[in-house]
Design a protein around this ligand. Structure first.
Ligand SMILES: Cc1ncc(COP(=O)(O)O)c(C=O)c1O
Length: 397
């Protein structure tokens, strides 16, 4: 028979994927233009022409497609280290950087390097549920701690209460998927104190794993505080899936804080994990390409415009919603307490949303605005009708 663990996981599959499939069924029935599909965070701008040019030009360079160091090209790691240094003010060198197969692989190699079976990892809900797999694959256990309702800021007292003798790490993801919240610096500084207190009490380090694929997707001039600057024991996981609109190319990096005691051992463990989990090394051509575009973000203005349009439609229809400063999602409150029922009602109005339960945060729902302006405009009546139906349900209850 096949792996029991995996077979069991198949039946509890991702809610995002399930909604994506529902969307496809509706589109086949009613035509794509008549379905408002906000399920999937798939960046829709094409990569900048300069990036495509670089792919073509670099593909012909000698020795670019060969096996290499499992950590990646030395010159690329140098460039990434300089970028991390500029962002954080910390003395990153190439030794602190491992090129990886996107953030998903970056998180997997990080947890493979950090966790023993039974170790706990705190996540701040709402969160990207794939963390359950990246941690669970290594025998770790996820401990979700809710952020504050409405603002989705970290609840540092609740985090303090959740830290125990087996806590090995906490994952931060700001700008956040699904809430779009950017965690303010003052909250992170409170968290530094909480982690220091816990470490003094238990004698164990709590590592901060900062999952940053949306770090460049921000609006209104907001600055995302550098986790590598604020936390001594940080591991930054970055990817170019969102910032350069290259999710299919699978490229990112892991950066271990140069201030971390034993950082050389952790770097060696990460490179070892990259090899032995079967990634071997990050795609060679893409390493060279992204090294030329570390500071870039594509499609920001288009995302901002669509955020504003969809936010206005929702508020106009009576939904409570934070206007997020980052990523490309809105996370409004469900007008009825049962967010899964809400998603079902929305489906009847040919509108695809993902229930907050899919992010360990019931009572809300996620909308990805990586969609055309026509889809957003077309959804106005649907969101009104969904709200009317929910109001009717509440009246009857
Ligand atoms: C919060 C978060 N982390 C990680 C990932 C994985 O990104 P990548 O494509 O770099 O593996 C995603 C993708 O949607 C994400 O939303």
């Amino acid at each position: 028979m096949f792996s029991k663990k995996i077979i069991d996981s198949l039946s509890s599959g991702s809610m995002i994927r399930a909604m994506f499939e529902q969307g496809n069924i509706l589109k086949a029935k009613y035509g794509a233009d008549n379905v408002y599909d906000f399920a999937l965070g798939n960046p829709d701008p094409e990569p900048d022409p300069e990036i495509i040019e670089d792919m073509r030009a670099l593909a012909g360079e000698p020795n670019i497609h060969k096996y290499m160091s499992n950590a990646g090209f030395a010159d690329v790691r140098d460039t990434v280290a300089a970028y991390m240094k500029a962002q954080s003010g910390k003395g990153f060198t190439a030794e602190d950087i491992t090129m990886v197969v996107g953030a998903a692989a970056g998180l997997s190699v990080t947890f493979h390097s950090l966790l023993d079976p039974g170790d706990e990892v705190i996540t701040l809900a709402p969160y990207f549920m794939e963390y359950n797999s990246y941690v669970g694959n290594q025998g770790g256990v996820v401990v979700p701690v809710k952020t504050l309702p409405g603002t989705f800021r970290p609840d540092v007292n609740a985090i303090r209460a959740a830290i125990g003798p087996r806590t090995k790490a906490i994952i931060l993801n700001s700008p956040n998927n699904p809430s779009g919240a950017v965690y303010p610096e003052e909250d992170l500084i409170d968290l530094v104190r909480a982690l220091e207190d816990a470490e003094a009490e238990t004698g164990n380090t709590v590592y901060v794993v900062s999952d940053e694929p949306y770090a460049k997707i921000v609006y209104d001039g907001v600055k995302v505080p550098s986790v590598a600057r604020i936390f001594k024991n940080s591991i930054t996981v970055n990817s170019f899936s969102k910032s350069l609109a290259l999710p299919g190319e699978r490229i990112g990096f892991v950066a271990v804080s140069p201030d971390m005691p034993d950082k050389d051992l952790l770097n060696a463990a990460i490179v070892y994990s990259n090899r032995t989990l079967g990634f071997v090394n990050a795609p060679s051509l893409m390493q060279k390409v992204v090294a030329r575009h570390l500071d870039r973000a594509v499609g920001l203005e288009a995302y901002r415009e669509r955020r504003d349009m969809l936010y206005e439609i929702l508020v106009d229809a009576g939904y409570n919603c934070l206007k997020p400063q980052g990523a490309f999602y809105l996370f409004p409150e469900s007008p009825i307490p049962d967010d899964k029922e809400f998603a079902r009602i929305a489906l009847n109005h040919r509108t695809i949303v993902v229930a907050g339960s899919g992010f360990s945060y019931p009572g809300y729902f996620r909308l990805s605005y990586c969609v055309s302006k026509d889809t957003i405009k077309g959804s106005r009546e649907a969101f009104r009708a969904i709200m009317d139906e929910c109001s009717e349900l509440k009246r009857k209850a």
